[in-house]
Design a protein around this ligand. Structure first.
Ligand SMILES: Nc1ncnc2c1ncn2[C@@H]1O[C@H](COP(=O)(O)O)[C@@H](OP(=O)(O)O)[C@H]1O
Ligand SMILES: [Mg+2]
Ligand SMILES: [Mg+2]
Ligand SMILES: [Mg+2]
Length: 394
């Protein structure tokens, strides 16, 4: 614990100069009395130097989110490991069909148990909105799955962190928070794109920190995404990180050095590439092709599962993401978009729903006030929105 302002100041400045101006603005608002709540931790840092010490605050408002960033990265990396190993050994009875007919696997449950365990250890007061719950793992009918999730989860946690079956069920069910507009909570999709995961396509472990209804931090692990889209057969396993006001970064799973990422330069939609879900039931392919025509796009769409689409845009592999409603009743979930949302804005993009409204993460577990999603480079966003509105006439 650092007690003295004089000692803390240079280290605070060192930490803040690593980030962009908004964080420096935060410093000026920092009440002197709160300096006593700082602690020093070691985190992977941006571009080059392997590790530095930074100061963090335990007070929600004035943090640079250094500890949150480091913990989220560790949790997502460990959960991604489980997904990778499960994929190689998944057997038929390790996948269930949920009430909404969507699939869930032992990897989804284990990834949620792992991330929630790390979050709870580091931030015991923070509630979590997680996609899965442990209902199907309880009782005699859930025994086989429960045992499998138990061994997978403990396979990743180190000796001092090992959990009993009951503790694993509790960890998963810590994701039952209702969300809302006040305070901090995490949003977790342990595997986004479970269908992609099952077919060997793209999927992502997606974790976001939401504070007073606004996404502040997003970390995504995409185990099947090539580190360089220009080398599709090259190394796979890419981690994406964004903190509001501090930029967007990617790194390989295999190393800690991060690279700053940004949308591709584009000023005309004719030259754009757009991406959409593989599943026509998640986003209307027919409407997307009409919108593409309206925008003068000639390149075929990139169909990709999961929030890897947001990642692809953020590093310039594609320019537009269209998620166009296929039914009037489906409501998007916050865990399907929270981490992608901050990644897009930090990489120079804009996100809205089909009405042009920002995604509202303050209304609970769902994006109840929104319909569909559009993301694009800020330079062409207005043209894309206009085309969406012309075609859908929402
Ligand atoms: N009718 C629907 N419309 C839009 N999204 C849907 C949907 N049914 C399911 N989804 C969501 O689509 C997500 C996958 O998105 P994508 O098509 O971009 O890969 C799923 O996440 P999970 O795989 O985490 O369940 C699920 O939450
Ligand atoms: Mg699901
Ligand atoms: Mg999802
Ligand atoms: Mg999921």
């Amino acid at each position: 614990m650092i007690q003295s302002f004089e000692y803390a100041l240079p280290v605070v400045l060192e930490a803040l100069t690593l980030t962009s101006a908004p964080s420096l603005d935060l410093y000026t608002k920092w009440p002197r009395s709160e300096l006593e709540t700082f602690e020093t931790i070691s985190v992977p840092c941006f571009g080059g130097t392997p590790r530095i010490h930074v100061i963090i605050s335990k007070m929600g408002r004035y943090v640079v989110y250094a500890k949150e960033r480091a913990v989220a990265i560790q949790a997502v990396c460990q959960a991604s490991k489980v997904c990778q190993s499960v994929f190689q050994h998944l057997v038929a009875n390790e996948t269930l069909t949920k009430n909404d007919k969507s699939p869930v696997t032992v990897a989804d449950f284990s990834a949620q148990a792992i991330v929630n365990t790390y979050l709870t250890k580091a931030f015991p007061q923070d509630p979590i909105v997680g996609e899965e719950d442990a209902q199907d793992l309880r009782g005699e009918s859930g025994r086989m799955l429960r045992e499998k999730v138990h061994s997978l989860t403990n396979g990743v946690l180190n000796d001092s962190e090992k959990l009993t079956e009951d503790q694993i069920l509790q960890a998963i069910d810590r994701g039952n928070y209702g969300g809302g507009a006040q305070g901090r909570h995490w949003a977790l999709d342990p595997i986004d794109g479970t269908k992609g995961f099952l077919r060997g396509g793209q999927y992502a472990v997606c974790l976001a920190l939401i504070v007073d209804g606004v996404v502040q931090l997003g970390v995504m692990g995409a185990p099947n995404l090539p580190i360089d889209a220009a080398k599709p057969d090259g190394e796979r396993g890419t981690l994406f990180v964004a903190v509001r006001g501090q930029g967007a970064f990617q790194r390989a799973f295999s190393q800690e050095q991060e690279t700053k990422i940004h949308f591709a330069d584009i000023d005309n939609t004719h030259n754009a590439t757009f991406c959409e879900s593989v599943e026509a039931g998640h986003s209307s392919h027919d409407d997307a092709s009409l919108i593409a025509k309206e925008l003068g796009i000639t390149r075929p769409s990139i169909r990709m599962d999961s929030q890897a689409k947001y990642c692809s845009l953020a590093r310039g592999d594609a320019d537009i993401y269209l998620r166009l409603p296929t039914s009037k009743t489906y409501v998007e979930k916050i865990w399907d978009h929270a981490s992608g949302n901050v990644l897009i804005t930090e990489a120079g993009g804009k996100v809205s729903d089909i009405h042009g409204q920002p995604l509202d993460f303050s209304v609970g577990r769902t994006l109840d006030k929104n319909s569909g999603v559009i993301a694009a480079n800020a330079t062409i966003f207005d043209s894309v929105l206009a085309a969406v509105q012309k075609v859908l006439n929402p």
